[in-house]
Design a protein around this ligand. Structure first.
Ligand SMILES: *[C@@H]1O[C@H](CO)[C@@H](O)[C@H](O)[C@H]1NC(C)=O
Ligand SMILES: *[C@@H]1O[C@H](CO)[C@@H](O)[C@H](O)[C@H]1NC(C)=O
Ligand SMILES: *[C@@H]1O[C@H](CO)[C@@H](O)[C@H](O)[C@H]1NC(C)=O
Ligand SMILES: *[C@@H]1O[C@H](CO)[C@@H](O)[C@H](O)[C@H]1NC(C)=O
Ligand SMILES: *[C@@H]1O[C@H](CO)[C@@H](O)[C@H](O)[C@H]1NC(C)=O
Length: 474
């Protein structure tokens, strides 16, 4: 009985991305359990025996996507500590999306980015003065011809101690042309922004689990909203038990408003757009929703014209602490290589990348590594084991050119069953710690893997954590 075998090996310590390698953590041995109908729930598997496996799936670096391939090569029967080798090992592929913090948005109103004060020197300032006298400060009308309240010019007499100091000219000018003065007004010439209230937060991600046993493929997708899901074919059931860290560290923005540039019509937008460069989160106290407070975002004609001691106050008073000031402050910080305080870009990752992002939600990526604890149950009624143990002999082991960064490879192993009965040989190799940073180190460690596979084959070492391949001999 001498044969050549193509052995597909599955690396249990998984390559997640080019330079980070993370290991899946099997929290318990895969166990064989009796299927008991716990309730009338449709979620229960219809089976007599099942394989139960508890595993932790970490996120990718900075909370990003992660995927993992693992194989159930052995199961423990009846809590006996005796591991049975599975003849056709189920292969589990897990794809976990990036995790995000999700916030409800409520549209509130639109505000001007940069309210500006204008003044015009004139000698005939009057609240009803026309454009020929007070120019831009002429009282405004809306599109229906109605007067816009409080938009009329505010007249200040000339003099050195005024809002805008001006010369009063000589006595004759005053007699001939009228008293010199300045007409003041606030206008909102630039961009407008939508303001949103930020409500309840939640966490989002989904984990897709696919199990391939022979030619049979079953899959489920679980997430924080769907914590227990059974596959359509009733073969696979997955329970998202929980996350070891996370929920507590999601920032709360309940005391903030989100502002984003208005692209289309005033009012509730149809689309938030994907240009986050001007999006800002600002404390609610910086806003005046009814517009009547000075020096707050959303300041109105009314607040401006109602300010006390108008003519004795400095030019531009009432119009401080506006959106453009906060944006400028951020730009200064960025120039000094500091993080912005208000802008979202540069401060958060993966902004609004959640599925079904509409105009009622906002999300930021969660950058800490979240472990998702999954309880996976597989119907085991059809699972067959390889029971007997038999001595084996390794004849040769050749490795074709190995393509770097792949998760699978094929090695040709010649082995001989020198015993009398059907047997399974499993090979286990001591875990390796792959480098996190260097490309060269990565390739070196691939070389190490091969060296160890070789050593492993020769030595038939058993009982460590990283399983690389199993060889079945008939
Ligand atoms: C469970 O499986 C058995 C045998 O395959 C079948 O007869 C029975 O209808 C199944 N029950 C349900 C609820 O699917
Ligand atoms: C899931 O993960 C596997 C293994 O890493 C990968 O080959 C596959 O493309 C992933 N699927 C999706 C939909 O991301
Ligand atoms: C466990 O052991 C009992 C008897 O000891 C046996 O009948 C049963 O088939 C075994 N397997 C499972 C999955 O319970
Ligand atoms: C939960 O699962 C059900 C059925 O599989 C599906 O219809 C629903 O969209 C899922 N909900 C979420 C939030 O994924
Ligand atoms: C995003 O918006 C800023 C400011 O309005 C603009 O300067 C920039 O060109 C925009 N970027 C893209 C990619 O549209």
């Amino acid at each position: 009985m001498r044969r050549h075998y193509e052995v597909i090996f599955l690396i249990f310590c998984i390559f997640l991305s080019y330079f980070t390698v993370q290991s899946i953590e099997i929290l318990s041995k895969s166990k064989l359990e009796r299927c008991e109908k716990a309730s009338d729930s449709d979620n229960d598997l219809n089976c007599t025996r099942k394989i139960v496996l508890n595993m932790a799936v970490p996120s990718g670096s900075s909370g990003g996507e992660a995927s993992i391939v693992a194989e159930i090569a052995e199961v423990e029967e009846n809590a006996t500590d005796l591991m049975e080798t599975v003849r056709v090992p189920p292969v589990i592929t897990i794809n976990k999306t990036a995790a995000y913090a999700l916030y409800e948005l409520t549209y509130i109103r639109d505000v001007a980015y940069k309210p500006e004060e204008y003044y015009v020197k004139t000698r005939k300032c009057d609240r009803d003065a026309g454009e020929n006298v007070v120019k831009i400060c002429e009282r405004l009308q809306d599109e229906n011809g109605h007067i816009i309240e409080h938009s009329q010019p505010l007249c200040c007499p000339c003099g050195p101690q005024r809002r805008v100091p001006s010369s009063c000219g000589n006595f004759f000018d005053k007699l001939m042309k009228g008293k010199a003065n300045t007409a003041h007004c606030v206008r909102f010439p630039g961009d407008w922004f939508h303001v949103f209230g930020i409500g309840q937060r939640s966490m989002g991600f989904s984990v897709r689990i696919e199990v391939k046993t022979g030619s049979k493929v079953s899959e489920v997708t679980v997430g924080p909203e769907n914590r227990t899901v059974t596959s359509k074919d009733n073969f696979l059931r997955v329970n998202l038990i929980g996350d070891f860290v996370g929920y507590s560290n999601i920032p709360s923005f309940e005391d903030f408003y989100l502002v984003i540039p208005r692209q289309g019509e005033p009012g509730q937008p149809q689309d938030l757009g994907r240009n986050f460069s001007m999006w800002m989160l600002l404390e609610r106290v910086r806003f005046t929703l009814d517009g009547v407070e000075c020096n707050k975002i959303g300041v109105s004609y009314e607040a401006f014209s109602g300010q006390p001691n108008f003519c004795a106050s400095p030019f531009w008073s009432c119009l401080h602490n506006q959106l453009w000031n906060f944006h400028d402050a951020d730009q200064n910080r960025i120039r000094r290589k500091q993080l912005p305080l208000y802008g979202v870009e540069g401060r958060f990752e993966r902004i609004n990348q959640h599925p079904n992002a509409g105009t009622h939600s906002f999300s930021i990526g969660i950058t800490e590594v979240l472990n998702t604890n999954l309880l996976i149950e597989l119907t085991a009624d059809d699972i067959e084991y390889v029971y007997q143990r038999s001595p084996g002999k390794l004849l040769s082991f050749t490795i074709p050119t190995f393509e770097a960064l792949t998760q699978f490879g094929v090695a040709t192993v010649s082995a001989e069953n020198i015993g009398e009965v059907e047997a399974s040989y499993s090979l286990t190799i001591a875990p390796f710690l792959p480098p996190k940073t260097s490309v060269n180190g990565f390739f070196e460690s691939i070389e190490n893997i091969w060296n160890r596979i070789w050593e492993g084959l020769v030595d038939f070492i058993t009982g460590k954590t990283c399983r690389y391949l199993s060889i079945d001999l008939d």
